[in-house]
Design a protein around this ligand. Structure first.
Ligand SMILES: [Mg+2]
Length: 182
């Protein structure tokens, strides 16, 4: 696989790599909904949403209809088959944990126990600021001595993540050429 051959990583070494996967705009096709919400409320995602925007965006009956971004499921399957660790890492708040897990397990071929790191409730800082804090407070302690590959669509977050590992731009990162090894 492209990612693996790029790093020259094989076998048991893969288990020390954590693929940290964003949700919105990376595996869930929600960018149309986000743009619509931003236009209607005048509240941009990157400058922080409040309760109103967050509740509307995470309304379960709407959220469960979000489609998967092309190629995500296929590549996540391959990554898992190589024994790498997967973790989801989202700017969605904790209040939506149950419905987010439900969406992930119903749409993607992943184990139900796949870790899900979420924004604390009432943290309305811009996504890249909040997520950088989440790396320090949640991710690094959870995976000491691991290497991180971030799959993320937000440009500001990608810049911040590059300090902690390899940061790959979604959804382009799903469009890799997979060779016969897979
Ligand atoms: Mg995103």
């Amino acid at each position: 696989m492209w990612i693996i051959s790029t790093f020259g990583v094989e076998g048991e070494l893969m288990s020390s790599i954590v693929f940290v996967v964003d949700i919105d705009g990376t595996v869930a096709d929600t960018m149309g909904r986000i743009r619509d919400l931003e236009q209607r409320t005048g509240s941009a995602l990157m400058t922080g949403w409040g309760d109103k925007e967050t509740n509307e965006f995470l309304e379960p009956s709407i959220m469960m209809r979000d489609p998967i971004i092309n190629g995500a499921n296929r590549l996540l399957d391959i990554i898992s088959s190589f024994g790498a660790t997967l973790a989801f890492f989202t700017g969605r708040s904790e209040r939506s944990r149950e419905q987010t897990k439900q969406w992930l397990t119903s749409k993607l071929s992943i184990p139900t126990e796949t870790p899900l790191f979420m924004r604390p409730d009432d943290d309305y800082r811009p996504t890249h600021v909040c997520k950088t804090d989440m790396i320090e407070r949640q991710l690094l302690p959870a995976y000491p001595d691991s290497k991180f590959i971030f799959l993320e669509d937000d440009a500001e977050s990608l810049k911040s993540f590059s300090k902690y590992g390899l940061a790959l731009k979604a959804p382009d990162c799903w469009n890799v050429i997979v060779g016969p090894i897979c």
